[in-house]
Design a protein around this ligand. Structure first.
Ligand code: DC
Length: 239
């Protein structure tokens, strides 16, 4: 018999439930996740931002994106902070003391992120960092492998998709509305190339978890998507 009584053992902190939202770029995951986090008052993990920050850090240190070991080392040692803006209308990303928020969401950074995300050792290096976001009262996890690899025990898994043409149209509209120039055919081509890289890489490829609810938002509004997810959450007592 051990001298250690059960009540003496350190308690594992309660982790809280997780809702995962995976899917290709531009399907509306980010908006859906923000709506869910606000509705439930849960934490939000934007896992794509970690891959984007890793790519930016590599670029800053002049490390080639195909130097697997060097990029994995950067991912393991990331000095990154996600700060809610003083106006509470978004998140600022601070990398090594520098505010990189405006560079984070560009198409160029997205393409670089997709490259580093295909490196096995980079994904390993970011795994625990992502899992550490799980906390009470709950977590909304946005990404490509949230339901398949990072949180396989998640209470609710959503796979949100839409046709490449529709996702291209949405992106085009965003850019035009922001006063930027854009070429629709080129955007759709880039989306297809990114899908191909994310879905066909050997490590943690983008695919729905076997137990995910698949929602095709091609002809749905974001509010209709949100309602469908709310209903699924209600059904299992999360709401
Ligand atoms: O969601 P996003 O566009 O910010 O993601 C940027 C890239 O990072 C995307 O091409 C795929 C990759 N990614 C990934 O492989 N796994 C994740 N969990 C999140 C993003």
């Amino acid at each position: 018999m051990s001298n250690i009584e059960v009540q003496d053992l350190p308690e594992t902190p309660p982790a809280g439930p997780v809702i995962t939202v995976d899917g290709p770029s531009g399907a509306g995951k980010g908006t859906l996740c923000q709506m869910l986090a606000a509705k439930l008052g849960w934490a939000l993990l934007d896992s794509g931002a970690l891959y984007r920050v890793t790519a930016l850090a590599a670029q800053k240190q002049n490390v080639a994106l195909d130097s697997d070991n060097a990029v994995a080392k950067i991912a393991a040692q990331l000095d990154v902070e996600f700060k809610v803006t003083p106006q509470c209308d978004g998140v600022e990303v601070i990398l090594g003391g520098e505010n990189v928020t405006s560079n984070l969401r560009t198409e160029e950074t997205g393409a670089m992120a997709s490259q580093v995300a295909a490196i096995n050792s980079v994904r390993d290096a970011l795994l625990e960092r992502q899992r550490a976001f799980q906390q009470p009262p709950g977590l909304i996890a946005d990404g490509r492998d949230m339901g398949t690899v990072v949180f396989p025990q998640a209470e609710l898994k959503i796979y949100l998709t839409a046709s490449a043409e529709e996702r291209g149209q949405r992106r085009y509209k965003q850019l035009i509305e922001a006063g930027k120039s854009a070429n629709l055919a080129r955007i759709i081509e880039d989306i297809k190339a990114r899908d191909d890289r994310d879905m066909n890489r050997t490590v943690a490829p983008l695919k729905p978890a076997a137990d995910a609810i698949v929602i095709d938002s091609t002809s749905m509004s974001i509010n209709a998507v949100f309602d469908q997810v709310q209903q699924a959450a209600q059904k299992i007592g999360l709401l």
